[in-house]
Design a protein around this ligand. Structure first.
Ligand code: PLP
Length: 400
């Protein structure tokens, strides 16, 4: 089969909900992927941030094979050793918590929303404050939590009880708090919103507001978690503890798993038997993969590698910014980096792709660069050279 034939299958049989890149990827290894024609690419947005430890990490593949020979799935009414071990692993790497497992980031958001509603119910509270340019997933509750008009469009009536504040603006949060407020839900680093990093003052301030008003502080670490920012979870940069944390994406390194971690101080009595569930959630197969991910991060010291490589990458991105006026800012934390442009970034994404580098553009003018945590300096340099050559020949129209 060739790319064109796969495209034909899509145009006939697959709902066109995604903007389609005309490349059919069939193989991945570390920071590289190959298309069906055998062309090689450096992948600097691996699996939409899922392949955080690189594509097909051998330890994950081996854990999957090992588990697949034993049992793939058991009902959540039975005890499942891998799920218990993974919940412990998440808690030991974050805060004292109990964990619910689901299959995606959106489902983890739904779990957080349901928890907040049950938590607030006894005193009539149900509202959740989220942020403009946030992203929490595409199911009805999660998309309503998402503070982006274009994601709401056409799905009325949306569920009630969501208020949108400005990111990094404590006053805008305070202005929205009322008797009905139950929780504040945010990404410590907004991913789809353009790699916008919460300030220390903002995070400390939110924690303080939540403590004073008895609100839940819920962090969405679906994109920023699992080492991406150089700490296991991005909230850990701020010296605060959330009440709720959601995970997905790189937790499973390619198999669908999401998680909702609830702090022990708020957990008791909120979601008891029968209140929430998921048939697949946390089955032995996906939990075996996630356990392997934690092990790889520890064994290969990927948190310090991410700090080191991230520092190097950001320095080089800043050097690019100094040379090309179309770049207005280079920012990042760990290996979650972005270049802010004064013109739409689609050209750069396409030109880089034709030279063998895959990156992403979000919010029209933000290039998102998120290499795998296992990336080498050599591959970083190769990718940076490609970016350099693209900027060197780019003549964006209009005022730059
Ligand atoms: C991707 C993402 C989600 C949604 O995850 P899905 O697995 O696509 O449902 C939620 N929150 C954040 C921060 C994300 O980046």
């Amino acid at each position: 089969m060739k790319t064109q034939e796969v495209q034909k299958l899509y145009s006939e049989f697959v709902l066109p909900t995604y903007t389609q890149i005309p490349i059919c990827l069939v193989k991945g290894k570390g920071s590289k992927v190959w298309d069906i024609e055998g062309r090689e690419y450096i992948d600097f947005f691996p699996g939409w941030a899922v392949s955080g430890i690189g594509h097909c990490h051998p330890d994950v593949v081996s854990a999957l094979r090992h588990q697949a020979r034993k049992i793939l799935h058991v009902s959540n009414n039975f005890l499942n050793l891998k799920q218990g071990e993974l919940a412990r692993e998440i808690s030991q790497n974050s805060f004292p918590c109990k964990v619910f497992f689901c299959n995606s980031g959106a489902e983890a958001s739904e779990g957080a929303i349901k928890f907040a509603r049950r938590f607030g119910q006894k005193d009539g509270r149900f509202e959740i404050i989220t942020f403009r340019k946030s992203f929490h997933g595409r199911t009805l509750g999660a998309l309503t939590a998402t503070g982006q008009e274009r994601i709401h469009q056409g799905f009325d009536p949306l569920p009630q009880g969501f208020q949108y504040a400005e990111f990094n603006d404590l006053d805008s949060v305070k202005a929205l708090i009322r008797d009905k407020t139950a929780a504040i839900f945010l990404e410590p680093v907004q991913g789809e919103g353009g790699v916008r990093i919460a300030t220390q003052e903002f995070m400390t301030g939110l924690r303080k507001i939540c403590d004073e008003r008895g609100l839940l502080l819920m962090v969405d670490e679906v994109q920023s978690g699992m080492g991406r920012t150089g700490k296991m979870f991005a909230y850990q940069h701020y010296g605060i503890e959330p009440d709720i944390m959601t995970l997905a994406k790189s937790l499973g390194a390619g198999v669908p798993i999401g998680a909702l971690a609830v702090h022990r101080r708020v957990e008791p009595g909120v979601l008891g038997p029968g209140s929430h569930g998921s048939t697949y959630g946390g089955n032995p197969l996906v939990c075996a993969a996630a356990l392997a991910v934690f092990k790889v991060i520890r064994k290969k010291k990927l948190l310090s590698a991410t700090c080191e490589m991230g520092g190097y990458l950001l320095e080089k991105l800043k050097a690019l910014k100094d040379r090309y006026p179309v770049i207005t800012e280079a920012r990042g934390v760990g290996l979650m980096c972005a270049l802010e442009l004064s013109a739409p970034g689609a050209f750069v994404v396409e030109a880089a792709r034709s030279r063998g580098l895959l990156i992403n553009c979000t919010q029209e003018k933000t290039l998102r660069i998120m290499p795998a945590m296992t990336v080498s300096k050599r591959i970083l340099d190769r990718a940076l050279n490609i970016l350099d050559s693209v900027f060197a020949e780019w003549k964006p129209e209009g005022n730059v």
